[in-house]
Design a protein around this ligand. Structure first.
Ligand code: NAD
Ligand code: UD1
Length: 331
């Protein structure tokens, strides 16, 4: 039996593919390379020294999905494929709703047809919205402030509905906090197209000299040093969280929502200092106004992940920065 990894050529999917192959899982990757490239697949092969089947195409292509499920015995889907840029989602809401929600519906329809009953889904801490108290626990109300966030809220509801209707279905909704870092081999990592929105790829470009400084969005928050605080998690820890979720889903039915974070907050200035220490490069910054839609601080209550999945993050912020620098600053 195989595990289908949608979006497996992307940042989190590729690291998860490596961990799955390392555990002896048989995987199949589906990706349309809308935000990735075949190089990532080479990287997965190189690190794992294993082979896997790959289908290039769009998850909304019903005929392709039918072929993927007909040609393989797929036990579970780990569903990463989706568009993820918050700002772009405000500019192109229909594209985001169509790709993320319609894409997920297409996969679920095909899973139903082929009697596949396990889905591990990439949700986000963004579903906690702007007015829950920290740390965030899975039972808090969800909402969103942009189309990207709404796609995550809606898909969570869709999966809960699927589990309600089919008592044999198992879905684990993983709410990621802020994934950063790269594989320790330095072979795969995050490679954003264009100007990065998220902080870590931006810091990378400043450290490498491509940009001359980082804009720190806000220094008057009620936090340790006035800058925004987030729960950064090493992408390999996050990947391992998927293996734990898969193991759980193989033994339990129904829908479960689980935070994947470290439970620790790090400010922008603390992250910059850790990156400078790990990379030996300067990261000049200037204070800029707060970014619209940002919250002061966000970190996870991670007790459910530990209790339900037996998983907890192993790496700290220094590991994340060191692994990132090894990948990003390699010659
Ligand atoms: P990514 O863009 O690197 O990977 C997503 C992959 O999906 C890409 O390889 C892309 O080509 C593919 N894809 C997109 N639409 C597709 C389609 N219609 N058909 C086939 N393939 C398609 O993103 P990532 O950072 O690896 O994120 C993976 C998932 O995790 C996404 O759903 C994202 O929303 C979610 N997530 C990411 C973060 C983060 O900070 N990176 C945080 C929370 C949640
Ligand atoms: C952002 C998205 C969120 C999404 C998440 C992962 C917004 C408002 N939120 O979260 O919906 O789930 O990415 O994709 O876009 N920062 C700077 N300078 C920069 C970039 C960021 O100071 O150039 C600060 C931010 O203000 C924040 C922290 O760094 O305090 C982290 O920012 P970012 O990496 O964009 O993640 P989130 O804001 O947590």
């Amino acid at each position: 039996m195989s595990v289908l990894v949608t979006g497996g050529a992307g940042y989190i999917g590729s690291h998860t593919a490596v961990q799955l192959l390392g555990c002896g899982e048989d995987i199949i990757i589906l990706d349309n390379f809308s935000n990735s490239s075949p190089e990532m697949l080479d990287g997965i092969r190189q690190i794992s020294n294993k082979t896997f089947k790959f289908y290039e195409g769009d998850m909304r292509d019903g005929a392709l999905l039918d072929r993927v499920f007909s040609e393989n015995d797929i036990e579970a889907v780990i569903h990463f494929a989706g568009l993820k840029a918050v700002g772009e989602s405000i500019q192109k809401p229909l594209e985001y709703y169509d790709n993320n929600i319609n894409g997920t519906l297409c996969i679920l329809e095909t899973m139903k047809k082929h009697n596949c009953k396990i889905m591990i889904f990439s949700s986000s801490a963004t579903v906690y919205g702007n007015d829950n108290p920290i740390p965030f626990t899975e039972d808090m109300k969800t909402s969103a402030i942009n189309p990207y966030g709404w796609t995550k809220v809606f898909i969570e509801h869709i999966l809960e509905g699927v589990c309600e209707a089919d008592k044999d279905f198992s879905a684990v909704l993983l709410r990621y906090f802020n994934p950063i870092g790269a594989h320790k081999s330095g072979i795969i990592g995050e490679k954003p197209n264009g100007i990065p929105n998220n902080i870590m790829p931006y810091i990378m470009k400043v450290a490498s000299g491509e940009y001359d400084h980082l804009n720190v969005f806000g220094n008057d928050y009620d936090t340790v040093d006035g800058t925004g605080v987030r729960d950064y998690i090493h992408v390999v820890d996050l990947a391992d969280g998927h293996l734990a979720a898969l193991a759980y889903a193989r033994k339990h039915k129904g829908a479960e929502t689980v935070n994947l974070g470290t439970g620790k907050g790090t400010s922008v200035l603390e992250l910059v200092a850790a990156y400078e220490k790990a990379s030996g490069k300067k990261v000049p910054y200037v204070f800029a106004p707060r970014r619209q839609g940002d919250i002061a601080a966000c970190y996870a209550d991670v007790s459910k992940a530990k209790k339900l999945l037996g998983w907890q993050a192993k790496y700290d912020i220094d590991d994340m920065c060191a692994d990132n620098a090894r990948w990003a600053l390699k010659e």
